[in-house]
Structures are given as structure tokens and as C-alpha cells.
Design a protein around this ligand. Structure first.
Ligand SMILES: Nc1nc2c(ncn2[C@@H]2O[C@H](COP(=O)(O)OP(=O)(O)OP(=O)(O)O)[C@@H](O)[C@H]2O)c(=O)[nH]1
Ligand SMILES: [Mg+2]
Length: 300
């Protein structure tokens, strides 16, 4: 399909188009998640740049790192792509410990309120319980589509692949939709190797793109069609989901169940970890490796 036609279709997308109508959903929420510095905010800017044809490139979502090398995006920020599609810049993380994972699941499950800061806290059990029990965002009208962003410029080490696979499958269990894997920075090296690794993890949709950035805003057909292709696949998934009977309230209850279960298991595991550590000889404790926190994928 011609890219202009594709863009027109994306902009005209409505949740009421399917045979069964919107079934109570009011908007599509494209949920970006992933490690810090891998191009989530840049993907948002790329989408806005392409959809707002004729406008110069603008950083709607701030990109890059803070002066101390930290993450720029500390909130769950939303950006409207069309009247029916909103994209969420969820807070990224460097290392995914149990409580950080729980935070990611809470963001993905839409339990964390939109446009609010997201803090990683050690007392995650209490925090999560508040998030889930009080149901702060109380939102059942967003149809969630998880999009995992990974830059091919970072090595994906074999020892973290298994953890990443579990993490991505949990994200699918949480949202009820398979995550779309977007590989950014595709021209930085041979992206097919990273693509293969994600396919071996069982990921069905893996698409490599090059984001538009402040220093790389010259429009090309390839970049534009690759990025529009992601939005197209996301919307095809939405249409497919809406072709089956669905119940937003029930979906949310299931997400809540998943999250509570995860928190419970994580707390049990961390308690067991503490007991094991306490009973470890001092020498072994000293030897225990500290997790690195570079921007590669570090899952714990
Ligand atoms: N060349 C190139 N640079 C990219 C691409 N995607 C992102 N970048 C650059 O990578 C850096 C990090 O991108 P961000 O979009 O800020 O990453 P993020 O995932 O939002 O990071 P956090 O907000 O910290 O979680 C920025 O300097 C971007 O310009 C890409 O596809 N190609
Ligand atoms: Mg960001």
C-alpha cells in the first residue's frame, strides 16, 4: 500500500469499524516499554513527525539522557497520535529487579495513573497493593497494545535472553496481547541477528526501524513506511481483538489478578533470597556479583 494511503487509514481508524463495534473501549493505548535509552521517546517523535505531515520535526517527547547519565522519561506521559490512538511513553528501566518488573507490569496493565511520575521504590509490596487495591486509574476503556522497544546497538547477551523471554511473555499475559517488538537504530549494525534472537524467544512480530531524530530528520520512504508499518500491525491486532466478543471490565479484573499474583510470588521469592543470603558464609556474600547497570539488557 502507498504510504500516503496507509497514513490516511491510520488517521481514520475508529474502534467502531469492526462488526461488533468498540465493545466499550474508547481508545487504543499504544504502550511503549523497554530499557532506558533504547528509543521509546524517539519512536513517539517519529510517529508524530510522520502523522503530522508538513510540520517540521519536533521533540514532543524529550530524548537523550540527563547530565548524570540517567533516564529522561520519569513519568508515564501520553501523546495523542489521532483522536482514537494515544501513545504512552512508560518509564524505562536499567535493571529489572522484581519490584521494577512489578512497576512495568503495573504501567502496562494501566494500573499506574497516566501522566504521573513513576518511581522505583523498594517498598514495592505496599506501593503495588495501593495501586491495585485502590485502583487509582480505574480505567477500563483503553484497549492496550504493548510495544517493546529495543535498540540493536546494544548486545543482547545469551544469559539474559531467557529472563527477557519470561518478562515479555508475562507482559503478554498481563495485557492479553502479544507484544510487538520494535528494534530501533537498525542501520547501526546487522539487525537480523538481534531479530533472530527475539524470534527464538517466541516473539511473532519483530520489526526493525530507524527513528527520526533531531540530527536525522530527513524524510525517507524506507523510514516512513517501516514506522507506519508498526502502527498498521498494532491496529490490525486491535481489529482482530474486537472481532471477538470482549469485556473490558473482565479484562481489567484479569490483569489485576495477574499483578497481585506476581507481587505475591515476588515477595515470597525475595524473602527466600534474604533467608538464603543471611545463612551464607561471609566469604560467599563478598563474592556475590553485583548486577551491572549499563544500558544493555540486565534482568535479575
Ligand atoms: N541513530 C539513531 N538514534 C536513535 C534511534 N532511536 C533513538 N536514538 C537516539 O538514542 C538516544 C536515546 O533515545 P530516547 O528516545 O531518549 O530513549 P528512551 O527509550 O526514551 O530512554 P528513557 O527515556 O531514558 O527511558 C537519543 O539520543 C536518540 O536520539 C534510532 O533509531 N537511530
Ligand atoms: Mg524517554
Amino acid at each position: 500500500m502507498d504510504y500516503k494511503e496507509l497514513r490516511r487509514k491510520i488517521k481514520a481508524f475508529s474502534l467502531d469499524d469492526g462488526d461488533l463495534g468498540s465493545q466499550g473501549y474508547k481508545q487504543v493505548l499504544l504502550q511503549l516499554f523497554g530499557l532506558t535509552g533504547h528509543g521509546k521517546s524517539s519512536f513517539i517523535n517519529s510517529c508524530k513527525y510522520i502523522l503530522n505531515d508538513g510540520e517540521p520535526f519536533k521533540e514532543y517527547a524529550p530524548t537523550g539522557q540527563t547530565s548524570d547519565g540517567g533516564s529522561i522519561t520519569m513519568r508515564r506521559n501520553t501523546y495523542e497520535l489521532t483522536p482514537n490512538i494515544t501513545i504512552v511513553d512508560n518509564r524505562g528501566c536499567n535493571t529489572i529487579t522484581h519490584f521494577e518488573r512489578a512497576e512495568v507490569y503495573a504501567q502496562l496493565g494501566n494500573f499506574h495513573p497516566l501522566d504521573q511520575p513513576v518511581e522505583w521504590k523498594e517498598d514495592f509490596k505496599d506501593r503495588m497493593s495501593i495501586l491495585v487495591d485502590e485502583d487509582l486509574s480505574k480505567n477500563t476503556t483503553d484497549l492496550l497494545v504493548p510495544i517493546f522497544i529495543y535498540s540493536v546497538s546494544y548486545d543482547l547477551q545469551p544469559h539474559v535472553q531467557k529472563d527477557l523471554e519470561v518478562f515479555l511473555k508475562n507482559c503478554e499475559a498481563m495485557t492479553g496481547v502479544a507484544a510487538i517488538i520494535v528494534l530501533t537504530n537498525k542501520t547501526s549494525k546487522d539487525f537480523s541477528e538481534v531479530e533472530k534472537k527475539f524470534r527464538l524467544m517466541g516473539m511473532k512480530i519483530v520489526i526493525a526501524i530507524e527513528n527520526y531524530t533531531k540530527d536525522g530528520d530527513v524524510k525517507t520512504l524506507r523510514k516512513t513506511t517501516d514506522i507506519l508499518g508498526i502502527l498498521q500491525i498494532a491496529l490490525e491486532n486491535v481489529t482482530f481483538r474486537l472481532s471477538l466478543p470482549s469485556d473490558p471490565e473482565k479484562d481489567r479484573r484479569q490483569r489485576k489478578k495477574f499483578l497481585l499474583n506476581y507481587i505475591h510470588e515476588a515477595v515470597v521469592e525475595s524473602e527466600i533470597g534474604k533467608i538464603k543470603e543471611a545463612s551464607m558464609p561471609q566469604k560467599m556474600k563478598e563474592k556475590k556479583e553485583k548486577p551491572s547497570s549499563n544500558n544493555g539488557c540486565v534482568l535479575l
